[in-house]
Design a protein. Structure first.
Length: 310
């Protein structure tokens, strides 16, 4: 049953192993019942094999991955952590080959990765299309109410100056617009090309990476791509622009796992998805960004508070 995963384990890279040591969750740096994950919820039966839990190179994603890992350990599974792996181009092949078994993902962005031409924007539509778009080696469990999706933000002062409420209002700005965000944003469907196609707005692009919020506040860029659960939206007094035309897909937190592990893992991970709320995710991120707590401590406290460990 786990032949592919066994083969994949042999190819685990030194980079991923080294990255797993960087567990500190300092910020720097997107319950609906599912289809394929549905069906009878039997008792979790720990496998004889180690479950490898991965995370993106993003502090918020690492916190959720650590929650998954600790819950699985509490349920009797042996867990190996491969955190801070990188972006989808790095970790999705690892999942498909069996090097990694489970990673927290985000429905909308993951769907656009596999189906860039999707027209789905609403939560249920995105989830249903995602199930169909995934390769046969992968499956998603239940998605969470929590979202951590891309959003476009300006400073409150800039919004007040030009009367900005939505992305469409950027057309009324009489100064050149420069969009800041991670380097990969330049080629994403919701990046500069998407702004032009959907809203008719032209922007220059500057790769600001982990300094995006700082660059926006400093005026280096005047529009910034910030994840919606980032506590700096509030602490830096930013204004998130509404997206009436659906440039960004609904993007809920969801466990992405090897398809052959659905029966084993769903009874542990689905209750986590149900308990994780949008407000709760922001608070987890506050503990990382503002309070400088480790992912391990944040996850342990959250699991205990929500009654998800014995």
């Amino acid at each position: 049953m786990h032949t592919a995963r066994k083969r994949g384990r042999l190819a685990l890279t030194a980079v991923a192993v080294g990255a797993a040591l960087a567990l500190a969750g300092c910020g720097s740096g997107d319950p609906l019942e599912g289809g394929s994950a549905g069906g009878p919820q039997g008792e979790a039966t720990p496998s004889d094999e180690t479950i490898v839990v991965g995370s993106q190179a993003y502090y918020s994603n690492e916190i959720i991955a650590e929650i998954f890992a600790q819950a699985l350990e509490d349920a009797g599974f042996t867990v190996e952590r491969q955190f801070q792996i990188g972006q989808r181009d790095a970790y999705l092949p690892a999942l498909e080959s069996g090097e990694v078994d489970v990673i927290p993902e985000y429905t909308g962005n993951l769907l656009q990765y596999y189906d860039p031409e999707t027209q789905a924007t609403k939560s249920d539509e995105v989830y249903a299309e995602l199930e169909d778009a995934l390769p046969e080696e992968l499956a998603v469990l239940n998605q969470s109410p929590a979202t951590d999706q891309d959003s476009y933000n300006v400073t409150q002062a800039f919004a007040d100056q030009y009367g900005l409420e939505s992305i469409a209002d950027l057309a009324n700005v009489d100064v050149p617009l420069t969009l800041g965000g991670p380097p990969e944003l330049e080629e994403r469907p919701y990046g500069p090309a998407g702004l032009k196609n959907v809203y008719g707005i032209d922007v220059a692009f500057t790769a600001t990476g982990e300094t995006t919020v700082d660059a926006l506040v400093a005026g280096t860029v005047n529009v910034a791509n910030v994840f919606s659960a980032d506590p700096r939206i509030e602490s830096a007094n930013l204004r998130t622009l509404e997206d009436p035309e659906g440039l960004f897909l609904a993007s809920h937190v969801v466990p992405l796992i090897n398809a052959d592990l659905v029966e084993e893992l769903q009874n542990v991970l689905n209750p986590i998805s149900e308990a994780l709320t949008p407000e709760g995710l922001i608070q987890l991120n506050v503990q990382s960004v503002d309070e400088k707590q480790s992912s391990e401590d944040i996850a342990a406290a959250w699991l205990e508070e929500n009654g998800l460990v014995g």
